[in-house]
Design a protein around this ligand. Structure first.
Ligand code: 26Q
Length: 793
C-alpha cells in the first residue's frame, strides 16, 4: 500500500465531502473517508472479478438475510492493510479504534443470515465465483435495550451516516410486477473482498422504489396523493427486516419481500445470461442458484414464468431448465418455521406466478400416480394442498439437490421432516455441515491468539487453511505454550469485561469463569434451562448442598422476536435472577448474571474471544446445526452442550473428554416423551420443584413497565406443567434434562480449578476446529452441488 497516497485520499475526502480534517473529523466521517479510499483501491479488481464471474460458471446465493456486521475492519484485514492503515491514522492522532462505534449492517436475524455472510467471505477468499442476492432493508434487525429488565426495541437506522461500502447501480434497476402495483428494484452492490487474493465477490442488495413513470404520470395529472401513496407503498417493501427467527406468520408484506428480491434477482441473472448467449437453453450450464431456506423459493415459479411467458418455452422444457438451475438448503425442522402460504393470498398478489405452482402441482400428481404412490403419500408431498402452497415441497421437487446443515440434521430430514422426498429421490440429498470464517472469527476478533498460532506454525497460512491448527495439538503438554494461552484468555476476558462495562455499565470479574450463552432467544434453545440451572445452584449454595463453587459469571446475549411473549418473559426472568443473586450476600461473590444488551455481530466478536464455557443446550433434535458453537470453539472454549446439531461433530473432532456433553439424546426422547410427566417429576423432586416455583412464588416479578408482560412468568410455569393448546407440558424437556445439566455444569466448575488441565481442554478444542471453517463447507458446495471451480483475476 502506498501510505502517502492513502493519506492524501483521506485528507481530500474529508476536506471535499465534509469540510473537515483528520484531526477533527467525527468517527463516521473518518469511516467514510477510509471506506472511500479502500473502494478506490479495489475498484479495478472488483470490475475484473465481476467479468470473470460472468465469463465462467457461477453460483448465486439467494437469501432474505445477510448478517454482514461491520465491514471496515474485515475489509482492511482481507486486503492485508489493516496495520498499515492503523499506523497512518496513528501518525495523525487517530486510530482504527475510533471506528468502534460504527454500526453493524444487521440485515439478518441470526444463524442463517450470518452463515450467508461467512459463505461469501470464504468463496471470495478461495476465488470461487459466488455472488449474493438479497434485500437492502432500510432498517435491519431492531436495536435492543434492556429497561427495568425488559427488552425494548428501537429502529436500526444503520444508513444514518451513509453506506460507504455500497455502490448504487441505477442502470441495472429492474421492475417487479404485482397484481396491484409495479415497483422498481434498484441494486446496491457491496464488495466481498477475498483475503489475500484479487478476487472480489459481489453482494447485490435490492432496494424498492416507486416506478418513476407511474409516479410521474399520477403527479402530472394532479393525483398527488395517489402518487405519494404509490411511492410509500413501494418503499415499504424493503423498509424493514422481519425480526422473526424460526417462525412464520404468513404476512402479505413478507410475501411481497420474498417475491421482490426473487423476481429482481432472476431478472438480473437471466438478462445477463441472455445478453451473452442470446438464449436461456443453457442457463443451468452457467448459473446455479442456491436457495437459502424456503424464503426465496418463489424464485422457482418466477423462472418458470420468465421461461414460458417471456421466452416461449414449453412447460416441460422450462421445468427441466428450472430444476437443473436450483438447489435448496433446509435450516430448520421446527414445524412453526416451515413456510406455507395461503393459496388465496399468492393468487391474489401474483396471479400468473401462482398458475405455475398449480401446473407444477399437476405435474407432480401425474408423476406420482405413474409411480403408483398412494393418496396419503402424494398429499403429504404435494406443493399445493389444503389451500396452502408448501414451499419446502416445491423446493425439493423443482430443484437438483437438497441439503441439511449438520450430519444429525440431514439424518432427521431424511428420516422425518422430508421422509417421503428421501424415499423418492435419495440421490438429491446431501449434507453440508455449516462452518464459520476464521478471518472474522479468529484473525479479526482475537489478534493475540492469532499471533500465537502464527508464531507456532511459522506462518499465517491457517488464515486460509484452518486444518493446519491440528498441528498445534502437540503443544497441549507444553507448559510454556499453555501458560501463554492462559494469559491470552485472561487478557481477552479483561477486554470483554471492559467492553461490557462501557456498553452496559455492568462490572464483571475476569477472574471468574465466563460461562456464555449467546444466540437468538427461543424456547428450543433453552435459555430458560440455563436460568433454572443458575437458580438450582443458587439454592444449593444457600442450603449447603453445593460447596466449593468456583465463582462464575453467567453471560447471556439474545434478542427475542418482539411479539414472542415467552421469549420476552425469559429475558425478564434472567434479569430478575441477576438481581436476586446480586442482592443476596450468600451468593453475590459466587454468582454473577449478566444479560448484555443489543447482542449483534460486533458484540459476538468480543464475547467469543473472552469466554471459557460455550453453552449449547438445545433439546436434542431441534437445533439444525448452530454456528456460535463453532465460533466459541475456535477461540478455545469447552462446549457444555447436548447431543444436538453440530455439537455432535464438535465433540467428535475435539474429543468428548475435552467437552461436557449431557442430556437426553434424540433416540432417548423418542422413548421418553410419550410417557413424560413433568408435573410428577417436580412433585417428586424438591430441588426441581423449588426452582420452577420461583416463577409463581413472588421471589421474582414480571410486573413493571411494559405491563402487558404481567402474568408471563405464570404462563411459563403453565407451559411446563400443563402445556398449551399447541404443545404437551414441557415439550422441550427442560425439567427432564435439568439435573444432568446441573451435575455437568458443576463438573465444569470443579475442573476449572485445575487451570492447566482446563486450558489444555480449551487448547485442544481450538486445535480441532479446522473442520468448522466455512472454507471447507463452501468447497464442498462448490464441488458436489454447484460444480464450479476457482477463477483467477
Ligand atoms: C420465516 C417466515 C416468515 C418470517 C420469518 C421467517 C424466518 C426467518 C428467519 C424463518 C427462519 C429464520 C432463520 C432461521 C435460522 O437462522 N436458522 C438457523 O440456521 C443456522 C444456519 O444453518 C443453523 O446453524 C441454526 O441451527 C438454525 O437455527
Amino acid at each position: 500500500m502506498d501510505k502517502t497516497a492513502f493519506l492524501k485520499e483521506l485528507n481530500e475526502t474529508l476536506k471535499n465531502k465534509f469540510d473537515s480534517n483528520l484531526k477533527n473529523a467525527p468517527s463516521w466521517q473518518l469511516h467514510d473517508a477510509v471506506s472511500e479510499a479502500v473502494m478506490g483501491l479495489i475498484d479495478d479488481n472488483w470490475d475484473k472479478s465481476r467479468k470473470a464471474h460472468l465469463a465462467s460458471r457461477r453460483a448465486c446465493y439467494l437469501s432474505m438475510e445477510f448478517l454482514v456486521g461491520r465491514a471496515v475492519y474485515n475489509n482492511l484485514l482481507c486486503l492485508g492493510i489493516k496495520d498499515e492503515v492503523d499506523a497512518v491514522l496513528k501518525e495523525n492522532g487517530r486510530s482504527l479504534a475510533d471506528m468502534e462505534d460504527i454500526q453493524d449492517a444487521a440485515l439478518g436475524n441470526g444463524g442463517l443470515g450470518r452463515l450467508a455472510a461467512c459463505f461469501l467471505d470464504s468463496a471470495a477468499a478461495h476465488d470461487l465465483p459466488l455472488d449474493g442476492y438479497g434485500i437492502r432493508y432500510k432498517y435491519g434487525l431492531f436495536r435492543q435495550t434492556i429497561e427495568d429488565g425488559f427488552q425494548r426495541e428501537y429502529a436500526d437506522d444503520w444508513q444514518r451516516y451513509g453506506d460507504p461500502w455500497s455502490r448504487r447501480c441505477d442502470t441495472q434497476a429492474v421492475n417487479v410486477v404485482y397484481s396491484d402495483m409495479t415497483v422498481k428494484a434498484v441494486p446496491y452492490d457491496m464488495p466481498i473482498i477475498g483475503f489475500g487474493t484479487k478476487n472480489v465477490g459481489t453482494l447485490r442488495l435490492w432496494q424498492a422504489e416507486a416506478d418513476d413513470e407511474f409516479d410521474f404520470t399520477a403527479f402530472n395529472d394532479g393525483r398527488y396523493e395517489e402518487a405519494v401513496k404509490a411511492k410509500t407503498a413501494a418503499e415499504n417493501i424493503s423498509k424493514v427486516l422481519y425480526p422473526n427467527d424460526n417462525f412464520d406468520e404468513g404476512k402479505v408484506l413478507r410475501l411481497r419481500q420474498e417475491y421482490f428480491f426473487s423476481a429482481a434477482s432472476l431478472a438480473d441473472i437471466t438478462n445477463k445470461h441472455k445478453a451473452k448467449f442470446g438464449t436461456l437453453d443453457n442457463l443451468y450450464e452457467y448459473v446455479t442458484i442456491q436457495l437459502n431456506d424456503t424464503h426465496p423459493v418463489i424464485s422457482i415459479l418466477e423462472l418458470m414464468r420468465i421461461l414460458v411467458d417471456l421466452n416461449g418455452y414449453e412447460f416441460e422444457k422450462a421445468f427441466e431448465i428450472t430444476r437443473k438451475t436450483f438447489n435448496y438448503t433446509n435450516h430448520t425442522v421446527m414445524q412453526e418455521a416451515l413456510e406455507k402460504w395461503s393459496t388465496k393470498l399468492v393468487e391474489k398478489l401474483l396471479p400468473r406466478v401462482f398458475k405455475f405452482a398449480l401446473m407444477i402441482n399437476e405435474r407432480f400428481y401425474c408423476e406420482m400416480y405413474k409411480l403408483g404412490k398412494d393418496k396419503k403419500f402424494i398429499k403429504e408431498l404435494a406443493p399445493v394442498d389444503g389451500g396452502q402452497l408448501k414451499m419446502a415441497n416445491l423446493a425439493v421437487y423443482a430443484s437438483s439437490y437438497t441439503n441439511g446443515v449438520a450430519q444429525i440434521h440431514t439424518e432427521i430430514l431424511k428420516a422425518d421432516t422430508l421422509k417421503g422426498w428421501y424415499e423418492l429421490y435419495p440421490e438429491r440429498f446431501q449434507n453440508k455441515t455449516n462452518g464459520i470464517t476464521q478471518r472474522r472469527w479468529l484473525a479479526l476478533c482475537n489478534e493475540e491468539l492469532s499471533a500465537l498460532i502464527t508464531r507456532l506454525l511459522g506462518s499465517d497460512a491457517w488464515v486460509k487453511d484452518l486444518s493446519q491448527l491440528k498441528a498445534l495439538e502437540k503443544y497441549a503438554d507444553d507448559d510454556k505454550v499453555i501458560d501463554e494461552f492462559i494469559s491470552i484468555k485472561q487478557l481477552k476476558k479483561q477486554q470483554l469485561a471492559d467492553y461490557i462495562f462501557a456498553h452496559d455499565g455492568i462490572k464483571i470479574d475476569p477472574n471468574t469463569i465466563f460461562d456464555t450463552q449467546i444466540k437468538r432467544l427461543h424456547e428450543y434453545k433453552r435459555q430458560l434451562l440455563n436460568a433454572f440451572s443458575i437458580l438450582y445452584i443458587y439454592f444449593g449454595l444457600k442450603d449447603g448442598s453445593i460447596k466449593d463453587f468456583t465463582p462464575t459469571t453467567f453471560i447471556f446475549g439474545a434478542k427475542s422476536a418482539p411479539g414472542y411473549r415467552r421469549a420476552k418473559a425469559i429475558i425478564k426472568l434472567i434479569n430478575e435472577i441477576a438481581r436476586v443473586v446480586e442482592n443476596d450476600p450468600a451468593t453475590k461473590d459466587l454468582i454473577k448474571v449478566v444479560f448484555v444488551s443489543n447482542y449483534n455481530v460486533s458484540y459476538a466478536e468480543k464475547l467469543v474471544a473472552g469466554s471459557d464455557v460455550s453453552e449449547q443446550i438445545s433439546t436434542a433434535g431441534t437445533e439444525a446445526s448452530g454456528t456460535g458453537n463453532m465460533k466459541l470453539m475456535l477461540n478455545g472454549t469447552v462446549t457444555l452442550g447436548t447431543y444436538d446439531g453440530a455439537n455432535i461433530e464438535i465433540a467428535e473432532e475435539a474429543g468428548e473428554e475435552n467437552n461436557y456433553i449431557f442430556g437426553a439424546r434424540v433416540e432417548d426422547l423418542e422413548k421418553i416423551m410419550p410417557e413424560y410427566d413433568p408435573r410428577k417429576l417436580a412433585f417428586e423432586n424438591d430441588r426441581i420443584n423449588r426452582v420452577i416455583n420461583v416463577l409463581i412464588n413472588g421471589l421474582v416479578t414480571d410486573g413493571g413497565v411494559p405491563s402487558d408482560e404481567e402474568g408471563s412468568f405464570e404462563e411459563l410455569y403453565k407451559a411446563l406443567t400443563d402445556g398449551a393448546s399447541w404443545h404437551v407440558p414441557d415439550h422441550y424437556y427442560l425439567l427432564g434434562d435439568l439435573e444432568d445439566y446441573v451435575a455437568t455444569k458443576l463438573r465444569v466448575n470443579k475442573d476449572f480449578t485445575d487451570k492447566k488441565a482446563f486450558a489444555r481442554k480449551c487448547w485442544l478444542n481450538m486445535c480441532n476446529a479446522g473442520k468448522f471453517s466455512s472454507d471447507r463447507t463452501i468447497k464442498d458446495y462448490a464441488e458436489n452441488i454447484w460444480k464450479i471451480s476457482p477463477v483467477t483475476v
